[in-house]
Design a protein around this ligand. Sequence first.
Ligand SMILES: Nc1ncnc2c1ncn2[C@@H]1O[C@H](COP(=O)(O)OP(=O)(O)OP(=O)(O)O)[C@@H](O)[C@H]1O
Ligand SMILES: Nc1ncnc2c1ncn2[C@@H]1O[C@H](COP(=O)(O)OP(=O)(O)OP(=O)(O)O)[C@@H](O)[C@H]1O
Ligand SMILES: [Mg+2]
Ligand SMILES: [Mg+2]
Lengths: 260, 260
Amino acid sequence: KMRCIAVANEKGGVGKTVTVINLGAAITLENRSALIVDMDPQANATKGLGIDLPENAPSVYDLIMDSKSLKRDDVVLNTRWENLDIIPSTVDLSGAEVELVDEEGRENRLKEALVGLDLDYDFILIDTPPSLSLLTVNVFATAKEVLIPCQTHPYAFAALDELFDTIAAIREGINPDLHVSGIVATLFDKRTRVGRKVLNQLQSDMRYRDLMFNTVIRHNTTIAESADVRKPVVFFRKSSFGYIDYNDLAEELIAKTGFS
Amino acid sequence: KMRCIAVANEKGGVGKTVTVINLGAAITLENRSALIVDMDPQANATKGLGIDLPENAPSVYDLIMDSKSLKRDDVVLNTRWENLDIIPSTVDLSGAEVELVDEEGRENRLKEALVGLDLDYDFILIDTPPSLSLLTVNVFATAKEVLIPCQTHPYAFAALDELFDTIAAIREGINPDLHVSGIVATLFDKRTRVGRKVLNQLQSDMRYRDLMFNTVIRHNTTIAESADVRKPVVFFRKSSFGYIDYNDLAEELIAKTGFS
Ligand SMILES: Nc1ncnc2c1ncn2[C@@H]1O[C@H](COP(=O)(O)OP(=O)(O)OP(=O)(O)O)[C@@H](O)[C@H]1O
Ligand SMILES: Nc1ncnc2c1ncn2[C@@H]1O[C@H](COP(=O)(O)OP(=O)(O)OP(=O)(O)O)[C@@H](O)[C@H]1O
Ligand SMILES: [Mg+2]
Ligand SMILES: [Mg+2]
């Protein structure tokens, strides 16, 4: 049974892209296959996995605008790592919002396009931009689960409220199956008072505590270094915190199939 | 002469809000007045300055949707610190994008509203969300300068390209006066190779090097702590890196009146 997971948080810079890249890679180390779908016009997941798209190559933008004309092999690319594929993004995607404004059913474009590709992976992870715009709504209409990276900082914690409201609205309207599969604390530095405080808030707040992954992603310079060499950290340095934490998260996600 | 500055970068989590709050505060330590305009629906600048808006109090959303009915004292609030005022935001602002989609001149709403308030400050700093959407376009139509915080990391560096294209398009279309007053490196940690590498790229790239502020904002836990107590770091701990760096940035900005 294929699991389709949106990785989302409207707060910027909380580790959405880092989580998509590294969780995807770690899933393949658990002998499962993963497809990354990059739904951010900044295409950081695409770049972070070493993909340089030729000038007019099709991307997720073409899939959303005109899926009928595309076959799977046109848009689903292999990365250098086995069992880890990607549907890449380009800056063209930032035009989709305005171009689709008058289209009927514009929120279901991604969903219909992916169904048409007849995909076969254990996991699909979809990276989202830091906004609750049409692109993110498309992702929420497509996925069954939402995985929420939350930086251990007050601004990121405060953003959860609005995100949960949006997910509830999507569930009532366009996608009744959508549920939060978990919140993962990210960029955690146990030496800072504010980091420990926010982690404690996440783990004790009635609204979030049952959704928290046990795994906490620690602040780890190797993760930033791995982004610079365009590799997942799990394929960059085996002894790093990043390697350990994302492997733990993958194991926990795979084990956590029961929905809450 | 009032200087109106947009603080913008589509990449999330690069320190836009931290810069607006702390640069605004540091400007008041140079005996000048500053108004913060919070144009992010997440309202982090509003919360970060200790403002808790009552349920139906007017905010920047009301100003954009119906400015004629509002007087200055309805929307311009004092903070606890002298010469530092704010036009607050609320989550309602996220509705403006859709609500204004068919309105003529929707990109000039903020500009017309601020003109109508007859403001008198040395500096106006406008915080933006991490996207190049209608809200950010409104800010680019209003401001004369753009100050770009750029985290010393590959993803943030890569985002500059698109941001400069957008600013060029705004300059040709709706606001010929708009120019980049500077790029400030943020979250800099000199101990990391990738941090030093990206700072070097910023300081040597033909497109950006003449725009770089000499001041570099260092990664500094006190800044995150100050956000937690909802104070600018310059009013929270006088001996911290954050205090030093944002004061340096304010001095440099005030001195840098010549346009490039
Ligand atoms: N565990 C970590 N340790 C150290 N640095 C990290 C970690 N996770 C993320 N980062 C760094 O933090 C920054 C933000 O991460 P990332 O770009 O993945 O966030 P995002 O939520 O996808 O941002 P955006 O909102 O712009 O899409 C990047 O510079 C990234 O390398
Ligand atoms: N110099 C710094 N040292 C340490 N932490 C910092 C520094 N600048 C920003 N931060 C932290 O980094 C995170 C991102 O900062 P901030 O929220 O200001 O970025 P932003 O660009 O406004 O994000 P968004 O794109 O979501 O609006 C916050 O947790 C903030 O406290
Ligand atoms: Mg991202
Ligand atoms: Mg911000």
